[in-house]
Design a protein around this ligand. Sequence first.
Ligand code: NAD
Length: 504
Amino acid sequence: MSAGLAAAPTALTHVDSRDIATGEVMATYAAMDADAVADVVRRARSATAVWGRLGFDQRRMRLEAWATDLVDHSEELVTLIHRESGKPEADAYLELVIAVEHIRWAARNAKRVLRSRRIRPTVLMANYAGVIDREPFGVVGVISPWNYPLFAPVAPIASALAAGNAVVLKPSEHTTGVGAELVAAFARANADLPGQLLALATGSAAAGAGLIAAPVDKLAFTGSPRTGRLILEACAKTLTPTVMECGGKDALIVAPDADVEQAADGAAWGGFSNAGQTCVGVERIYVHRDVAEAFIAALKRRLSRVQIGTDVGSTYGPMMLARQGETMRAQVQAAIQGGAGAPLGGAERVHGQFGEPILLVDADESSQAVQEETFGPMVTVRTVSSVEEAIRLANGTPFGLGAAVYSRREGRRIASALRCGMVSINSVIAFVSIPALPFGGVGESGFGRIHGDEGLRTFSRTKSVSTKLYDIPAMNGMLLFRPRITLWALKKMTNLRFGRTGRR
Ligand code: NAD
């Protein structure tokens, strides 16, 4: 284990793909300015006609070919994810598996969800047919974070492509290599298609801003609430529609009838895998007093086996950025000063970007450790005297992304009382791996949904079409010079359908 990791690149002319453990530069990419990004968007736009003409069935085949290519190159890809992000190779492989499941699901369900649909008009318009068409936006911009460098961009990209859009991906400047490989895999698998159908815009904030200024026709953002606000401000200028996947402070509730050992497994995985850098990771735990002692002991047992590092066999790696370690230290120090217990460690357990697991017990609910995203290997645990208290506290932050509940009998009831977008019952984070389940948050966690039917609809817009089938002259009120009988007939019909006399 080493605390001295490579500093993040700051140059504006290029972004490096680095091995987080050694600092070795593996590849260098341009830090694109607004003009360069606008050019990428223009070329992506020119590819939309070909993609649109292919139709759902052909697009399905092309997307599945992409998934196949990713799996065929999984060894290189997993190594790259591991080297850029520091996460264990096994976790990187799991990320790949979930990513290709999502690609296949979007590919196979787009036709069912997005094909034109006939609707029945009401009596007033009985001589009309109604059809709801769904059309792609055109070019979708995807701005993604570094914590799941493959999966985070794949989900919106797969849905957007399946819906018939071209896509420009702006990956995180900290994991550009994985983003580039994702795009290269699509081109390799579909060499006969225009290369810019799924295109890459590399760089940092300026490249992301360039994507919005281009402008793209829809923007899918995944990242912090702070950046989300800046992006919304920029999108307001062009009224560009957005889907915002921001941060979380997810709670896990352990009810008195929970399987405590399973809950401890879930808390350990949800709170500490990927060094706690999971938007839907567990950051707060509310445990009923009847099982609190057993649960905390079981969680401590698991965390005592953690090995931190980037070697084979490590449980998790470093945090991506030095500032996360500083945030974690500050949160721990303030919480302990405010009276929190620390059955596992204090601020001294944070060594630069590496953090040993930290458990804070009964931290003040208004402290930063409870209210703000930590994004590091730390969870707070509070003992509560009722499930109702757990629900109230779980709902007590501005975030509302995911949540988890362990209970043998009350899972559904507790889940329905939580203010968030997704809940796992008797597991953690499971909803992510079920591509048919929509994903997204409330409050500071963002709005709109990716994944599932709703995620496909997110990347298409509705066009309503009404077709007159035949004339009913007496009923046509939409005439500048209508016959007198029309108003009489309309009144009669409206009274019959809505009025008191009609109902008698
Ligand atoms: P970030 O907000 O710093 O950056 C996200 C992306 O936005 C990067 O590609 C970055 O270059 C770009 N960006 C930054 N400033 C920009 C600007 N002004 N205009 C346009 N683009 C800009 O987030 P991060 O540090 O990369 O990722 C961590 C955050 O992401 C955490 O808050 C985490 O919870 C969140 N996250 C959310 C989800 C989700 O699905 N809700 C998933 C993963 C991560």
